[in-house]
Write a protein that binds this ligand. Sequence first.
Ligand code: ADP
Ligand code: MG
Length: 288
Amino acid sequence: SIPLSFFGGLGGASRCGVLVKGSNYLEALANAEIVVFDKTGTLTKGTFQVKEIRNKKPYSEEEIIKLAAYAESYSNHPIAEALKSAYGKELDNHMLKEVEEIAGHGVKANIDGLLVYAGNAKLMNKLKLNFDDIQVAGTLVHIAVDNQYAGCIIIADQVKEDSRMAIDLLKASGVKQIVMLTGDSELAGEVVAKELGISKAYAELLPGDKVDKVEELFKQKTNYGKLVFVGDGINDAPVLARADIGIAMGGLGSDAAIEAADIVILTDEPSKIAKAMQISKKTLRIVK
Ligand code: ADP
Ligand code: MG
């Protein structure tokens, strides 16, 4: 049977915007030993701003953004949302014939007879296209049209104001390892990890690679310690499911994330995890 104080704990957590799907997860949180964060939308705002457009002839900057926005029509990735809002105009769905999301790479679409790809360097390499492999602190979205490189859009995300506090609080509450995973470039990952004081960061990971990393981390953990993964559910639902405790950020998170998670944070503040840990520890003290 579930000790009564756990209901108090679950209620306390829900009052501060943390939904816990069972008292076992609240109990487990007190023993969090490794906390793994996904970068985009979890530690960062996930609202990318366009910094620069590099267009190749015959395409204009405007055309590059337009093609990107169309190609991203059906994606709900934070990058897609950013490109659609940068274009700013209504999209005419009749122009779209086929669209396909390529997880960890980008998107493919047939736009009015043009075969358009929009995505990262991995995608361009997969297509065996020559492209400008520039190193910038932001995230690059390369565009290819009919198997020709057409240019790229440089976008940048911002660290959430709350993330620093979240990391500091977790370190203070005895979490042994804090790790960041991202599908983004090494440089984009490094900038965020450094700003937040996270010493272990892994970049350029495909969704499956994130699961593999978590498997590796499991081996570094003690028996009683728990591995927590925090993500937004976009391309990381399998990792949410694999962790001892999967936490989804509900602010931006997909339905799949909320489904796969054990705990849902209803705001976009990662520091709520530390708050929930405090509630967990307090609840355990009452039980014992
Ligand atoms: P993360 O959340 O760590 O960025 P994802 O697996 O969601 O990981 O994405 C990894 C990378 O794949 C992104 O940084 C981006 O370069 C590329 N990517 C994924 N989805 C898209 C998309 N819809 N449009 C453009 N690029 C994308
Ligand atoms: Mg993600």
